[in-house]
Design a protein around this ligand. Sequence first.
Ligand code: S3P
Length: 168
Amino acid sequence: MIQNIFLIGFMGAGKSSIARFLRDNYQMSLVEMDEQIESQEGRTISQIFAESGEEYFRALETKLLLSMAEQKNTVVSCGGGVPMRPENVAAMRQSGKIIYLCASPEEIYARVKNTHTRPLLEGNMNVEYIESMMKKRLPKYLEAADITVITDRKSIQEICTEILASVS
Ligand code: S3P
């Protein structure tokens, strides 16, 4: 049995696509944190931020992670801000391996530029902003990660093979 895999990384780093591939090809269960929170709340992430504020959303993330303590053989696609809270990192460490998916700001921008689902990027949709936000978050991502996987110019299969080799 594969232990839980927590995918962390910046918005648009490919966490959701990789998580789906692991579910579909390696018989793992999937938890997509943003989707789970949206369905729990009956509103989108953008609505939650606008109506209840970021701190409220962050508390929901922590609650969800803590509720997964007994989960096994699950890949979790984490929201980009999850590793900013030490209690989230501790909860992830308890039940699995933490994989940091690292993509360049240019690659991230190319993936997110036509989307409007991420409140923190609304009005800030440019490479410079993404780069500066990534720089601020990088120490937390690296500190949390058991393994870092560079995703630029790699296929999903290559990335998943690398991840699975590192957790087995
Ligand atoms: C966030 C990332 C988003 C979502 C929310 C905040 C962040 O998830 O949780 O908009 O702080 O980086 P994705 O990383 O899945 O886009």
